[in-house]
Design a protein around this ligand. Sequence first.
Ligand code: HEC
Length: 177
Amino acid sequence: MRYGPLILTLSLLLAGCDDMNHQPRYDSYEKSRLFADGKALQAPPDGTIGRDDLQNAQALANRPPVNIELLQRGQQEFGIYCTPCHDTAGFGNGTVPARGFPHPPSFHIDRLRQAPSRYFVEVISKGHGVMYSYADRVSPRDRWAIAAYIRALQLSQDADAAGLPPEDQAQLRRAGS
Ligand code: HEC
């Protein structure tokens, strides 16, 4: 008899669980008599736009000004989302391709050096070949930040010494001699 109250409590709890499983609502793919096509899941009416669609489209269309803050953000986001495959310097030797995923091209090839920044934003948004889209993880502004950072990476491997400040040019000459 000692277990009586415990058993009663447990059976009440389990009965409660069953009620949670069978709520008076439709699951996505259930039938419904409410709509003419007999489906509970209805397509949004024509012309429906997502709450953030307009803002996102504007942020994608307008390149933000490149400054140190944008570059730092780009460095951070690139480190999180791109380095696993493209590696920290953008040569395409990340840890994921090292384990069998196809190798991405290096960002330091002529074709990608000459590609406009918008191209990188597009690849992040839509994916490219076997690389999937990052649109659901990287905001439009952050895509521009990553594109700016890729430009900085490209410059880091292909800088013209004549563009350096005179003191750096002098240091370079000293190092070379
Ligand atoms: C899971 C691995 C992986 C990740 C993570 C990844 N990429 Fe890629 N990326 C690839 C592969 C593989 C290709 C080559 C795809 C192909 O040609 O089929 C590629 C190609 C590219 C290209 C070159 C497209 C061209 O014209 O050849 C760009 C630019 C690029 N990725 C940018 C990025 C950026 C920016 C990020 C981070 C937001 C990123 N990738 C994250 C694997 C990855």
